[in-house]
Write a protein that binds this ligand. Structure first.
Ligand SMILES: *Cc1c(COP(=O)(O)O)cnc(C)c1O
Length: 360
């Protein structure tokens, strides 16, 4: 693998710089920074034409294979800036390693991780003024790979683009750490073992839309997915991993092929084990969750993912019955995890795990 890929720098001119959005009205994924990273891959030449360039449109042939057969994978991670202007990334190599696992499953080329890390750091440093400093606001980073070979025919493409774009995003909980209401779907499923549920590939999200639209219409924020075979075991919630506190046990479903292995999930497992919690990665049925809710032993439910970090669940709806959790309030463990992980991410707390990577 070409680890010494040459990266060309094309800075935006001062007069081409975009106006920065109001830090208090950022929303999620609507504004993009001045620069992007782009490189191309071909069967003959491997990765080449790597550049940090002004954020720009692509011109793609309508026959590009991405539009027909969906070879597309992506990642999501965040950069933070502290009061002194120091920039941090949270476990970025893990994102690129996961992207390489996604690439292998989707018959796409492997990324040269060292070169991509170098490019990402350089791009972040160039766009450092775009990283918000308001409480809880961050820069969301979206590495993406798509098949661009113009060809109709189902086989792996012979040409790809890999690019990184970045979007300043507001605090996920501007009005405090608010629990969500979750709808348990027994009509739709997300993924089967042997399929691509453990891959961050675009089709998974397209396939999930109908279920989440129905859940939203019924007044719920997200869908809780059950396993596709028996519709019995809990898998994930929306595009996040899920945790339950039943009695004194913290439970999350194991990674057996249909669940995306979240980096936040992994960080939560590591922290709670170090705090001496009774942690289990084990199968858990929706019936066990409902029974625990009825008996009063279901203490907390929360989801984990890069966007919200920790997202407490205040209510579950299953087969038209509503089950409030912890009186609809965020749980103690969810709050402690949220505070701890955020503090490590934004550099305000020491990082014994070497999760944080400094930029610049
Ligand atoms: C991205 C994602 C997650 C969370 O992963 P993180 O690395 O924690 O952001 C969980 N489930 C699905 C389906 C995802 O796409």
């Amino acid at each position: 693998m070409l680890e010494d890929l040459e990266i060309i720098l094309k800075k935006v001119g001062d007069d081409q710089k975009k106006e920065k959005p109001d830090q208090n009205k950022l929303g999620f994924g609507v504004h993009f920074t001045d620069h992007m990273f782009l490189m191309k891959w071909s069967y003959e030449d491997g990765w080449h034409d790597a550049e940090i360039c002004p954020y720009k449109n692509f011109s793609l042939d309508p026959a590009s294979m991405i539009f027909h057969y969906g070879q597309a994978i992506f990642e999501g991670m965040k950069a933070y800036k502290d009061k002194n202007g120091q920039i941090y990334l949270f476990r970025p190599e893990d994102n690129f390693e996961r992207m390489n696992q996604s690439a292998a499953r989707m018959c796409m080329p492997r990324l040269p991780v060292e070169s991509v890390m170098k490019a990402l750091k350089a791009m972040l440093y160039l766009d450092r003024d775009w990283i918000p400093t308001a409480e809880g606001a961050t820069l969301y980073i979206r590495p993406t790979m798509i098949a661009v070979e113009p060809m109709l025919g189902v086989r792996p493409a012979k040409e790809y683009y890999f690019y990184i774009i970045a979007s300043p995003v507001g605090a996920y909980y501007p009005e405090g750490f608010n629990p969500t209401k979750i709808y348990v779907s027994d009509k739709y499923v997300r993924a089967v073992r042997g399929g691509v549920g453990n891959v961050k590939t675009c089709g998974n999200y397209a396939a999930s839309l109908a279920a989440s639209e129905e859940a939203k219409k019924a007044g719920y924020t997200q869908v809780l997915w059950l396993d596709a075979v028996e519709r019995k075991y809990v898998e994930e919630v929306g595009t996040s991993n899920i945790f339950f506190v039943i009695g004194d046990e913290l439970i999350t479903p194991p990674l057996e092929g249909s669940i995306l292995g979240g980096i936040t999930r992994n960080s939560v497992l590591r922290l709670t084990q170090d705090w001496g919690c009774n942690v289990s990665e084990r199968k858990i049925t929706i019936d066990e969750v409902i029974e625990a809710s009825k008996s009063g032993s279901l203490k907390e439910v929360f989801a984990t993912g890069t966007a919200a970090v920790i997202s407490p669940v205040g209510e579950l709806c299953y087969k038209d019955e509503k089950y409030p959790i912890n009186g609809g309030k965020a749980g103690e463990l969810a709050q402690r995890l949220f505070d701890e992980i955020q503090a490590i991410q934004n550099g305000s707390k020491e990082d014994p795990y070497k999760w944080v990577v400094r930029v610049g």
